[in-house]
Design a protein around this ligand. Structure first.
Ligand code: SF4
Length: 404
């Protein structure tokens, strides 16, 4: 590939993250957006506090909004569709967006508050159609503003994966349930770690692509992402009009030993949409040498294990919403669990669509709608995913019953 045709990715680091965003965007050629409807799509999937590396840093989004508004007279929207049982507006408020949302030139939208539109995916390997946000046909230009995150199921969650938030409500979880053994077997010959979920995410690439991406690594998320790992302060942003190139650069600075096979949906997108972009060599970075930005962070765990001897978690094909909820439940209630459960009489929890009757112990809490067909074999907890407080309440009720 001619060096001049390589996609450009600009990287900047500054303790003042607003300056880093400005400097990174100054190096990117953004088309004229005047008269367009522009969606700012940060990752605000959970009701959590700022600076945890879970939701996008509001200061990054505020700077991007003002940068674009100063240059283009466009209609600016900001929104997300969070995980199930999360109030979109509350998630934005809790994670520090209150002031930004007061700006009259920026319209907050809950991406789920309109009836969805059904979109065909004719080239999809496993996904043939999908319901997207009802705002879909109104949006001319999408700015993906994810957190640089490790992800327990996908390797990493970056600017393309952030677009999954445009899928209508709980239709997102359908991506976790697809079965395509023959296609999977074939793809496993070249991408060992691939799962149906990765194929489904990559299938979205033929209909949903961000136009501009700014990856927020002010606080990256290492380990058990998307929400149960640790925040790592990197003070860095990565900007590009090519999402795959930006995601590759994000991996180059956070997981320098990885290749695209470690994030299978990116490998598939490279093959199907950008065959000339396979690695950092195919990208023009600004600056040319990005070695100073490399800061390896902890990878997601290869297998999910619970370190508590008094907890028995049976997880077969769960999705990250249930798994994160369970991890947070255990982390936030360790004292309670230690008081009431022992290695001999553990707390039994089951999650995931792959659970069968033979996997279950007696007195197992069956968490989530996708194991509702086993509700006769344990204590079923409704929800997709059920919230942490509901699970804890039911566990406590059960304890009270057993001591009566
Ligand atoms: S119940 Fe949990 S594991 Fe099942 S689909 Fe819903 S979120 Fe995923």
């Amino acid at each position: 590939m001619n060096g001049n045709n390589k996609p450009i990715v600009s990287v900047n680091r500054n303790k003042d993250i607003s300056k880093a965003v400005h400097a990174a965007l100054d190096k990117i050629e953004i088309p004229n957006l005047s008269g367009k409807t522009v969606l700012l799509k940060p990752n605000v999937g959970r009701e959590v506090d700022p600076n945890l590396g879970i939701n996008t840093n509001p200061e990054v989004v505020d700077t991007i909004f003002n940068y674009l508004k100063d240059r283009f007279e466009a209609k600016y929207l900001i929104g997300d569709s969070p995980i199930i049982n999360t109030d979109t507006f509350k998630a934005f408020e809790q994670s520090g967006y209150k002031n930004l949302l007061k700006n009259d030139d920026l319209q907050f939208i809950d991406l789920d508050d309109r009836s969805p539109v059904n979109i065909e995916i004719p080239n999809g390997k496993v996904l043939k159609n999908i319901r997207l946000t009802g705002y879909w046909h109104e949006i001319d230009y999408t700015v993906s503003i994810p957190v640089l995150k490790m992800h327990m199921h996908c390797g990493a969650s970056l600017s393309f994966k952030n677009m999954k938030g445009l899928i209508y409500k709980r239709d997102k979880t359908t991506l976790h349930h697809l079965q395509a053994p023959e296609i999977l077997e074939e793809l496993k010959k070249t991408i060992g770690k691939i799962k149906e979920l990765d194929i489904a995410i990559a299938d979205l690439g033929s209909v949903i692509r961000p136009d501009l991406v700014i990856i927020d690594a002010s606080y990256a998320h290492e380990g058990m992402g998307p929400s149960s790992g640790n925040a790592v302060k990197l003070d860095t942003v990565i900007a590009s009009t090519n999402f795959l190139a930006a995601d590759i650069v994000a991996l180059a600075i956070s997981q320098p030993k990885w290749s695209l096979e470690d994030v299978p949906h990116l490998k598939l997108l490279s093959e199907s949409i950008f065959p000339s972009i396979k690695s950092l060599n195919d990208i023009k970075t600004i600056p040319d040498d990005i070695n100073e930005f490399i800061r390896p962070i902890e990878s997601p765990p290869k297998s999910i294990t619970i370190k508590y001897e008094n907890v028995n978690l049976i997880d077969i094909d769960s999705c990250s919403a249930c798994l994160s909820t369970v991890f947070n439940l255990l982390k936030n209630n360790k004292e309670f669990i230690d008081k009431h459960y022992t290695p001999e009489k553990p707390l039994n929890l089951a999650i995931g669509k792959g659970i069968t009757e033979s996997d279950l112990y007696s007195d197992t809490f069956l968490i989530g709608n996708c194991i509702s067909n086993h509700k006769e074999n344990g204590i079923f907890i409704h929800g997709c995913a059920p919230v942490e407080s509901t699970i804890l309440k039911i566990i406590k009720e059960r304890l009270t019953l057993s001591t009566k």
